[in-house]
Design a protein around this ligand. Structure first.
Ligand SMILES: *Cc1c(COP(=O)(O)O)cnc(C)c1O
Length: 412
């Protein structure tokens, strides 16, 4: 079929032939023929993870039982996964710990930032329309600390920084539009105003280049089940710059964050550094899965992952831009974006369903958003073009009309 996508498809073929990350795709289990543009919601399963988990369940849990806490290194796993993540973040190995969910880590690090800010700084800023959990967690925390959370439009945030602001909580890459903040610039602006930034790296880690220490970042959290391919409900991570370790305070004091958990002391003594962010016994099987996903991403390398993701989004965008449909709008900025692209269309829900029926899996995001993620280890350049071609086909033929008016599922 000769059409306007042929030139793009040829360009994609050349890029795939020269792609240093091409061999990584075979290390993931993916159904044949599927174009999976949802690695930013649930990354696919690395084959090594399936083997590793089966071995750990059979031999470590099933065979060596309690001895595995020492012999299989389970007790050090949250720190080991954090250290493995550090190169992807531009962090030192002892500045990162894998634990809990993003939401819980936002609570812990939000607390750590609010407490030392003092009574004169009782404002926390968040972006209106950002991923809801971030501002919701901080709002609840503010209520306990006599502070106020303000949700402001993106453009108003820099100018609102002032002597009453304790903390800015920002998604580095926006979950919907993929718009990316200038991390160093915003961190410097917050510091100049005496405030801190708590960065949410959920749509950044494994997808865009990060250098937290070069950017002067104080605090960050991020997600394990998206581009890090840690599996459903994988542990998240927390980053705290080393200069804050001595004064770091967690709101959830627990024995796993104690300096000596097995001393069974009555009194709380925090573990050094980020380890004090642990509270209860870590989910070992989930951490093992995340460890494998992180290892593969670190092997691919942050620079190569970022460069390929940008190329994939560019190709997809070039295809989408050829679609002549007055109801279709690209929400993702042309420059300064992460590894996904969102289009708006009044029929986005049924368009996402129609595409899934044609083997292109994306996300629906309220309202009217179809979001396509380009996880750089698992998507080929040819697939990015083919996905745009199928989107054009669905739109041109109104193929969503073939679908019943399905109710939206619990998870979209
Ligand atoms: C995915 C995501 C989360 C996930 O939070 P959990 O508490 O781990 O479920 C949080 N924030 C942002 C911006 C996200 O994209």
């Amino acid at each position: 079929m000769g059409d306007r996508f042929d030139d793009l498809a040829r360009a994609a073929q050349a890029l795939d032939a020269a792609d240093p990350l091409a061999p990584f795709r075979a290390r993931f289990r993916l159904p044949d023929g599927l174009i999976y543009l949802d690695g930013n919601s649930l990354g696919p399963l690395p084959a090594a993870t399936a083997r590793q988990l089966a071995q750990a369940v059979a031999d470590d849990w099933g065979g060596r039982l309690i001895a595995s806490w020492n012999e299989a290194g389970w007790i050090d796993l949250p720190a080991a996964v954090g250290a493995a993540l550090a190169p992807l973040l531009g962090a030192a190995p002892d500045e990162v710990i894998a634990c809990d969910s993003v939401s819980v880590n936002l609570f812990k690090l939000g607390h750590a930032a609010l407490v030392p800010a003092g009574p004169g700084r009782r404002v926390v800023l968040a972006e209106a329309g950002d991923f809801p959990t971030d501002a919701q967690v901080l709002e609840g925390l503010c209520a306990r600390h006599g502070a106020t959370l303000l949700r402001l439009p993106r453009a108003q945030l820099p100018q609102r920084l002032g002597p009453d602001v304790a903390l800015l909580v920002l998604s580095h890459v926006h979950y919907r539009t993929a718009a990316m903040w200038d991390m160093a610039g915003m961190t410097a602006a917050a510091h100049a105003a005496g405030a801190r930034v708590l960065w949410d790296l959920s749509h950044s880690t494994g997808a865009v280049a990060l250098d937290l220490n070069a950017a002067g970042v104080d605090l960050a959290v991020g997600c394990g089940y998206k581009y890090l391919n840690g599996g459903p409900g994988a542990p998240a991570f927390a980053f705290v710059a080393r200069r804050h370790h001595a004064t770091l305070e967690t709101p959830i004091r627990g024995w796993m964050g104690h300096a000596a958990p097995f001393a069974f002391e009555d009194a709380y003594r925090p573990a050094p550094g980020v380890r004090r962010l642990l509270a209860g016994t870590p989910p070992i099987l989930s951490l093992l899965a995340l460890h494998e996903g992180v290892r593969i991403a670190a092997e691919a390398g942050s620079g190569r992952l970022a460069a390929k993701a940008q190329a994939l989004v560019r190709l997809f965008r070039a295809g989408v831009e050829t679609i002549d449909d007055p109801d279709l709008a690209i929400e993702t900025p042309a420059a300064g974006h992460g590894a996904h692209l969102t289009v708006r269309h009044p029929e986005a829900w049924r368009i996402v369903r129609a595409l899934a029926a044609m083997g292109v899996v994306g996300d629906y995001r309220e309202p009217e958003g179809a979001r396509f993620g380009f996880s750089p280890m698992v998507v080929t350049h040819a697939q990015a073009v083919e996905a745009a071609r199928r989107l054009a086909h669905v739109l041109a033929g109104r193929h969503w009309d073939d679908l019943a008016l399905l109710p939206k599922a619990a998870v979209t």
